[in-house]
Design a binder for this molecule. Structure first.
Ligand SMILES: [Zn+2]
Length: 344
């Protein structure tokens, strides 16, 4: 079973990237004829200072998704059609229209061709954070390969954008008890916070007994780091994931909004996540099993409208800002990520 790379493309054929350095886009920006982002000014004042709703975007291509990891090697990535940039722009347009900010967890591999767009996002008050470099699930890594991956990603992103990264999210939320060692490596790498633990039960990730609200995660060495988990509901003994990705695509938009509203009413943080490829129903199909295909593609056409209504209902801010806000507000729970076997 192997995925067939589609034709190589320098830029997406789903739209013209306004921030990928084309002469046309630069001319359009100078002439002020582009719509939306190209005329934007810095908007720090627009996000209400107290919001605890947080939107995050994992900046990667559709073929980086874990469902394709077994059939598509890293050496094939450069032959694949790149489609993410226009969808990152659409997300930025949505955020601008609704006066919100987000954290963009960027894969180091993506930076080279997206640097102007990422610089623009940073200039607008969005946070640029780190999603590693090779998009490897932590279960396939060792402390040494993760150290190297983080060093490469940090170097690429920080050098290209001239910023310091504060946050990290592991690919596929793969920080679990079985990969608890990784928390020490993430702390060693100098990140201020991590957003890699999904406090649910799942076959590919999850720490089902981790707190559902931000907490201090204690690594096996005893070192600790702030952890910001995605939105999950506690229903008796059950944890129900609602925070984004496939859950956002499967759940009715009204349910998602009610979940966020419940946290907002209680003055509790709520983190949502999305990928650019989730706004792209036209992405090529790769050769994977039917269940994986369904998981990856279900309701792709609904993501943008759901996000739009979510953004119309709540103001969102970056993970960094929300964490700074609650950290100064009082004590957070402490949770030891002791090494162990993941439930399956
Ligand atoms: Zn990812």
């Amino acid at each position: 079973m192997g995925a067939q790379p589609t034709a190589c493309a320098e830029t997406s054929d789903t739209g013209v990237g306004r921030y990928i350095g084309t002469q046309d886009s630069a001319r359009r920006d100078r002439a002020g004829r582009g719509k939306g982002l190209s005329r934007a000014q810095p908007r720090d004042h627009l996000c209400p200072p107290g919001t605890l709703a947080c939107l995050t975007v994992d900046v990667e291509e559709y073929f980086h998704a874990e469902v394709f990891a077994a059939c598509l090697g890293r050496e094939q990535w450069s032959q694949m059609q790149r489609r993410a940039a226009p969808f990152v722009e659409r997300l930025a347009d949505l955020l601008q229209r609704h006066e919100s900010r987000a954290t963009f967890f960027v894969l180091g591999w993506m930076v080279e061709r997206m640097a102007p767009l990422l610089r623009y996002l940073a200039s607008q008050g969005h946070e640029i954070a780190c999603h590693g470099d090779a998009h490897d699930h932590l279960s396939r890594m060792t402390p040494q390969t993760l150290r190297e991956d983080l060093r490469r990603a940090r170097g690429r992103i920080e050098d290209a954008l001239g910023i310091r990264l504060r946050g990290y999210r592991a690919p596929t939320f793969s920080l679990t008890r079985a990969s608890a060692w990784a928390l020490d490596v993430i702390i060693e790498a100098g990140f201020d916070y991590d957003a890699s633990i999904f406090p649910i039960h799942h076959d590919r990730y999850g720490v089902p007994d981790a707190p559902v609200l931000p907490f201090w995660a204690v690594a096996p060495s005893g070192a600790r780091i702030l952890e910001f988990p995605p939105l999950a509901l506690v229903c008796g003994p059950l944890r129900v994931p609602v925070g984004g990705g496939g859950y956002l695509r499967l759940l009715p938009g009204a349910v998602l909004r009610r979940c966020v509203a419940r946290r907002v009413r209680r003055s509790q943080p709520a983190m949502i996540y999305v990928h650019p490829w989730e706004l792209d129903p036209g992405q090529p199909r790769l050769d994977v099993g039917r269940l994986s295909q369904w998981r990856h593609r279900v309701n792709l056409g609904t993501s943008e409208a759901k996000l739009e209504r979510l953004l119309a209902a709540f103001r969102f801010d970056t993970a960094r800002n929300v964490l700074d806000r609650i950290r100064s507000d009082g004590d957070l729970p402490v949770f030891e990520l002791s090494p162990g076997v993941d439930p399956c």
